[in-house]
Structures are given as C-alpha cells and as structure tokens.
Design a protein. Structure first.
Length: 558
C-alpha cells in the first residue's frame, strides 16, 4: 500500500513534471475541475477532483473550479451550491477561484464574430434533424450545408439577429466551417451556437443564443490560463476541434490530456440516471445514503480521507475499465478503522437473563474505545442481570461449527463474563423465542486470567440501553453492471428491493450524545454514522459499511 501523502506516479503527472522542468508554461501549473451544474457530484467526479486538485497542490499551482454552465435548461443554483460544498468537504482547495463559463458569454460571442469575419463560421438554417442527417457516419462523409457559402456580411447580419431574438428556438445555428468530409465527425462543421429562449441561472434573460459545450470549453480553459486541461477519454476525439478553435483565434493554448472514467460495479454513474432515481422517488434524494453521490456517501458515513485514498488508488489509464465496489468499501473501512470509536449496539435484540446475577445489581466493566488508538482510552459500561443480545447469536439447534450460544454452550460476553445457556423460554402458542436464560461464572470477568471459550458476543444492559433506529443499506442494484441492459430494458429493472432495511436497535447509552455525522464502529457489526436527521428524541444511524473485507476475498479469486 502506498503512502497516502506521496503523489502517485502516473502518465499525467509525468507530462506535467516534464513541462514543469522544461519551463513550458513558465513552470506554471494550473488545472481545473469543470462540472456542469446539472446534478450532484458522484464518486467518479471524486476521482477527477483528487487528480486535478492533487496535481495543482503538488506543483504549487492552482486548480480552478469552473462551472460549465452552457445549458440553461438543465442547470440550477441548487446544484452549484451542492458542488461547492462537496468539493470543499473532499478537501479540494479552490480558494476564491470559482468561475463560470457563463461569465465568458460576451467574449465567446465576440470570438464567434471573429470566426465569421475569417469566413470560418456560418449561419445555417437546417433543422437539428437535417444537420444530423447530412453529417454522414464514421464510414461515410457528410454533405455540405446549402447555407455554407453565405457571405461574411450575410452571416454577421443573421448572427446578430439570432442574438437579438428575432428567430424561434432551433430555427438557425451558427456552425464552424471546417470539413464535412473529415474522418473525425467532430470536425464536420459542428454547431457552435444555438437559439434557445430560456432563462439562465446566472445570466437570466440576457441571452437567447447559447454556446455549445465544445465551443465554450476550450476557450474557457484558455481564458483562465489553464496549462493542463485534464478530462475523460470520451473527449479525446474532441481535442482536434478544441485545437482548431484555439488556432483560428490565436489565443493561449492549454494542453488537453485524457484519462479513464471511473466505473463501479453495482452502480450507475451518470447524472441523467441518478436524476431519474431522485425524480421517480426511488431514493430519498440526491443525498440518499445508497446514492453514489458525494453527498450520499457523506451522509452514509464515508470519510473524505477514505474517499480520497480510494480515488488515489485508482491511478489513471488510457482504457476504461470497471472497479469493484468492494474496493471502495475497503478504503472506507481502512480509514474508519483508525478513527471510529467503538461502541456496543444490538440490531435485532433478544432478551437474555442471568438467573444467578443479583436483581437490581449494576457493575461497570471497562470497554476499550479504540484498539487502534491507545490515546482514545476506555469507558465504563453498565452490566446487569438482564441484557440484550443479537438474535443471530443464539440458535436452538446449532449447525456443526456454530460456537455461539445454544443450550448447554458457553460464550464470553465482550468485556464481561463467561456465561452458559441453561434454558430457552418460548411462546407456547407460536414457538417464538422470548428469552434466553443463562448463568454467569463470577470468576471469569474479563481482564482476569481465566479459561477460554470459542466465541465472544456483544450485548447491552437492558435497563441502561437506549432505543436507536438503524438503517441497514445494501447495494442499490442486484447486478454488477446495471448499465448493461438487454433489449428495451432499463437500468431500473435491476433495482435491489432489499437495499434498505430499518431496524429498531438497542445501544449503549453513550450513543445518546451522538451528533449528526459522528462515526462509530458497532462492535462485530460494522461502521455506522449518525444520520443528519438524528436528534436527542430520535436517534438514527446509517450503516456505512460492514466489517468483513469482501475485496480481499475477490482479490484471492483472481
Ligand atoms: P455524467 O456523465 O455523470 O453526467 P459528466 O462528465 O457529464 O458526467 P461533468 O459535470 O461534465 O459530468 O464532469 C465534470 C468533470 O468530472 C469532467 O472533467 C469529467 O471528465 C469528470 N468526470 C465525470 N464523470 C467521471 C468519472 N466517472 N470518472 C472520472 N471523471 C469523471
Ligand atoms: Mg458533461
């Protein structure tokens, strides 16, 4: 395992290092993270954030946060706010370097006029369907638009009238004049402006023409003096177009470098799909703890360190792959293991009575707060005659190899005594187990030299325990690749109906002071985190991740 503070070596870092040493951009390094504010950030974005902010930090440069807000229809201020909050939480430091592509609308407009003046752009009256039909295919060249040879004057006049709102949506576009026969489809006279009478979240009704993403993106990078414009592989084929724009305009030329998107098993990472889950009420909202969003993961109890370590572990490559969800959980668990306070809680309580323990007596046993951190100390836990234990820690008829409680068997109570199961009380009508009766051995208190038994179980004292609601989350999808749907199916056909189970648990009283986002390990059960709605009257915990390392198992199989 690598040292988390050391930069990971990768091909992008190598390029930047080389440019840094050669003084290509005066030794300057400036990256950017450019989300479109059309949804909440997800774990794929975390990979890009860690990469861009990490490289800027390593080379003492800067990383800009830039909202690529060129589509007024899908973008909202709520998304802008959530994105800012999520990046800060992840540790991305953009200071006051927040920018918006919409701040450049005037400049982009002037540059479009420059292209027209150079006879490198024209107003086209074809509909979007016609543009698509005349575009050709990867194996067939496209056809020139009948409007391609308009004069500069006519184009200038029409473009201005487009801007002035004289034409309805979709009536005309401004297209770059490149090459309808280029083997690269992106160079076949791409649309750079469209008419859209829509209110923008920042510029209001100032504009009724909007720049296309491809036109705005490279120029925004240039305006901000970005040295290394790092993006995902699907933009590789767009690079020649960005280069063409920058060359025509003769402006500062950032270097674009592409890397592989993160894909995770059992997960969808497309904002369009995530939006559907939210809009159809399949999840509670963007921050539902089952969502692969950064806000969902935060609410679920993931730590920023854990997420960052995961993102760093991914490295970067030139081919898209799929990463196991279990790997993400491994890094989350690894980080929580160091920091989370241990407590005892019983998810599915079963009453256990120690028949030889004096009624009304209470003694305190000493429990370790964190075995990974001696400075965390210990706490006293009340022990008494009636306890709650986990239902699954008792079996009336045990299978071979079961070492927990069953009639006649002994187990140790964590931090407490060795107990022996003497009797099971059942509901005579239903056969339901109501209570387990045991005896305890007073000479076996934990910490003393005593005999050994095969199993240790957790418990809480019934009179002292507090009720807590616990939400047990499981994967949102039942298949490894919910994006791969046969026929006219839809990714929602793979939703896991058991992705959430709510139980009424009992926990040690110290949990009463848990504040939203506080993280714990419930001994033997997993890591849990107080939900944002958790309060004194109603304590609610989310299961973050179980204790078992399922990734290690997967690794062995390979
Ligand atoms: P989605 O397909 O989820 O809507 P997007 O690429 O449209 O994602 P943007 O808001 O445009 O989302 O992304 C902002 C930045 O994050 C871009 O630089 C993009 O390349 C990067 N990014 C998005 N998804 C991933 C991912 N799965 N892995 C790595 N980087 C990603
Ligand atoms: Mg996008």
């Amino acid at each position: 395992m690598h040292d988390n503070n050391l930069p990971l070596s990768n091909f992008i870092r190598d390029i930047i290092l080389k440019d840094h040493v050669s003084g290509k951009y005066g030794g300057r390094v400036r990256t950017r993270f450019p989300p479109e504010p059309n949804g909440y950030l997800h774990v794929g974005h975390a990979k890009s954030i860690v990469l861009n902010f990490g490289l800027a930090k390593e080379f003492r440069g800067e990383c800009n946060l830039r909202f690529d807000d060129t589509n007024p229809i899908k973008e909202e201020t709520e998304y802008v706010q959530s994105i800012i909050e999520d990046i800060k939480w992840l540790g991305g430091d953009f200071g006051d370097r927040i920018f918006y592509a919409s701040d450049y609308f005037s400049q982009l407009y002037l540059w479009a006029i420059e292209l027209i003046n150079k006879d490198k752009a024209y107003v086209c009256d074809l509909s979007s369907d016609q543009v698509r039909e005349t575009r050709g295919t990867p194996t067939q060249p496209g056809h020139d638009s009948p409007f391609r040879d308009r004069s500069v004057e006519e184009n200038l006049g029409l473009f201005e009238r487009m801007k002035n709102g004289e034409f309805p949506d979709g009536a005309r576009t401004l297209r770059a004049k490149i090459d309808m026969r280029s083997p690269n489809l992106n160079l076949r006279d791409p649309v750079i402006y469209r008419i859209l009478h829509a209110e923008h979240h920042r510029t209001g009704n100032q504009w009724c023409i909007y720049p296309m993403y491809d036109w705005a993106h490279g120029e925004s990078d240039s305006i901000e003096g970005i040295t290394h414009s790092i993006c995902t592989l699907e933009f590789e084929d767009h690079r020649p177009l960005y280069d063409w724009f920058l060359e025509q305009l003769g402006i500062f030329h950032p270097q674009q470098i592409e890397f592989d998107r993160l894909n995770l098993t059992y997960t969808v990472l497309s904002k369009r799909k995530l939006l559907r889950l939210v809009e159809q009420g399949i999840v509670e909202g963007w921050d539902d703890p089952r969502m692969p969003t950064i806000s969902g993961m935060r609410r679920r109890g993931y730590s920023p360190e854990g997420l960052r370590n995961f993102a760093r572990s991914l490295g970067v490559s030139k081919t898209n792959g799929i990463t196991e969800f279990e790997k993400l959980e491994y890094y989350i668990r690894e980080d929580l293991n160091k920091a989370a306070k241990r407590v005892m809680a019983v998810l599915r309580p079963l009453k256990l009575v120690l028949t030889n323990y004096p009624e009304g007596q209470v003694e305190f046993v000493e429990a370790i707060n964190n075995p990974e951190d001696a400075s965390a100390g210990t706490r006293p836990l009340p022990f008494s005659r009636e306890l709650w234990i986990e239902q699954e820690d008792f079996l009336d008829v045990p299978p071979k190899g079961y070492h927990r409680l069953y009639p006649g068997n002994e187990v140790r109570l964590r931090y407490g005594y060795i107990i022996k199961c003497q009797n099971v009380v059942k509901d005579p009508a239903t056969g339901e187990i109501l209570e387990i009766q045991c005896t305890y051995d007073p000479d076996t208190r934990s910490g003393q030299r005593t005999r050994k038994v095969k199993a240790t179980i957790h418990w809480v004292s019934a009179v002292h325990a507090i009720p807590v609601e616990v939400r047990l989350y499981d994967k949102l999808f039942t298949t490894e690749n919910p994006n791969n749907v046969p026929g006219d199916g839809d990714f929602t056909m793979y939703l896991n109906p058991k992705s959430l189970e709510v139980v009424q648990a009992r926990a040690e009283a110290s949990l009463a002071s848990a504040r939203p986002c506080d993280r714990y390990q419930f001994e033997r059960l997993g890591y849990f985190c107080a939900d944002r709605c958790s309060a004194a009257g109603r304590l609610v915990f989310n299961r973050t991740v179980e204790l078992r390392d399922t990734w290690a198992k997967l690794q062995k199989k390979i």
